[in-house]
Write a protein that binds this ligand. Structure first.
Ligand SMILES: C[S@@+](CC[C@H](N)C(=O)[O-])C[C@H]1O[C@@H](n2cnc3c(N)ncnc32)[C@H](O)[C@@H]1O
Length: 337
């Protein structure tokens, strides 16, 4: 093995990478114990936090040291204060709260990642995330996904609005709790139909009622391959749905879209897509997660472009989301422009 003169190869990067599991667990534990919200409320010493959270002094000291080392909190004397991003995203009640991410780790990641070796060896999912028995998993995970979806929906409304006719009829397929479809209906003064399993749809109905959408939002429970879609729609949204399926079923879903889309309609595909160089870690890890939970994958932009052209909906526009790993693909009938 050769080394450049004056440089030394060390195992630092490897050892740091190998602590990944510890990072996730540290964050999840802080969220479980409501440490960030407690600090925001003014409980900012170890003793005060121990009293507030009911956790042990020794345990909290170790946890706070790890949170300080990871820059979630800063220590000043014997007091802790939150970093700006911690305060915005991880304090309960914040408009941008993402702390429910702990459920995706507790309910899913902590169970499946230890089985990665087996999944890579055998190409067999260790947990089918869309299986019926996975309903309780979705109940806990979907509020977090919904918080992300609302932000994504607002962004999509801004960047695709010029292609959409006024007061559109929108179909949100695999809508989850309906966040992105709700945001589109609100932004475009439209009406939205969402399709998902009963467990999601009942919550989507409640959230749409609370958002004041009234009869501009309706939700149908069932399997998207079996429920009639009742087109035509001016907009069809597929938000983070297709990565759960292998190519043959992706094509089937896109064919259903072609059949249900109005002649001048717009298909919006919001997906986690690996970047062209395949050096984006989120896209890469996401494909491993799909290997363990479905027959799907983080399909590439070239694949989506080909499949959309095959069903007569060529890609009109594609944009990377400004935050997060999402990519928006916009397709309409006719020739690509
Ligand atoms: C990853 S979530 C995305 C939710 C939401 N669209 C978003 O962007 O956050 C995928 C959703 O698709 C739903 N889904 C997947 N396959 C489905 C099927 N065959 N029928 C109905 N819903 C399905 C799941 O229940 C889940 O709520």
């Amino acid at each position: 093995m050769s080394e450049q003169p004056g440089t030394t190869t060390t195992p630092a990067r490897i050892l740091d990478f190998a602590w990944g599991l510890g990072r996730t667990a540290t964050l999840v534990t802080a969220l479980d114990l409501d440490v960030f919200t407690s600090i925001a409320e003014g409980h900012d010493t170890v003793e005060d936090l121990a009293h507030r959270t009911g956790a042990s002094l020794r345990g909290l000291r170790a946890l706070l040291t790890a949170l300080h080392a990871s820059e979630f909190v800063h220590r000043e004397g014997d007091r802790y204060r939150l970093a700006d991003d911690t305060a915005l995203y991880l304090v309960r009640g914040s408009r941008a709260y993402l702390g429910d991410m702990r459920h995706i780790h507790r309910e899913l990641n902590f169970r499946i990642w230890p089985q990665l070796t087996e999944a890579v060896r055998t190409d067999t999912p260790c947990q089918e995330i869309f299986a019926d028995r996975a309903d309780d998993v979705w109940t806990k995970i979907t509020p977090y996904l919904d918080a992300l979806a609302v932000g994504a929906g607002r962004w999509i409304a801004g960047v695709a609005g010029d292609l959409v006719k006024p007061r559109p009829r929108i179909l949100d397929v695999g809508c989850g709790y309906g966040g992105s479809g709700r945001a589109l209906a609100e932004s475009w003064d439209g009406a939205v139909v969402g399709i998902d399993r009963e467990v999601s749809v009942s919550q989507a109905r409640r959230l749409a009622r609370e958002a004041g959408l009234g009869d501009r939002a309706e939700y149908w429970a069932g399997d998207l391959f079996a429920v009639p879609w009742d087109g035509p729609y001016d907009v069809i949204l597929l938000g983070n749905l297709l990565h759960g399926y292998p190519p043959a079923q992706v094509l089937k879903i896109l064919e259903l879209c072609t059949a249900a889309l109005a002649d001048d309609g717009v298909l919006l595909l919001d997906e986690i897509v690996p970047d062209d160089t395949e050096t984006d870690p989120v896209g890469a890890f996401f494909s491993l997660q799909m290997l363990m939970t479905s027959a799907g994958s983080a399909h590439g932009l070239d694949d989506y472009g080909r499949w959309l052209a095959d069903v007569g909906l060529p890609v009109r526009r594609q944009l990377r989301a400004p935050t997060g790993p999402g990519t928006l693909v916009v397709a309409t009938r006719g020739r690509p422009s």
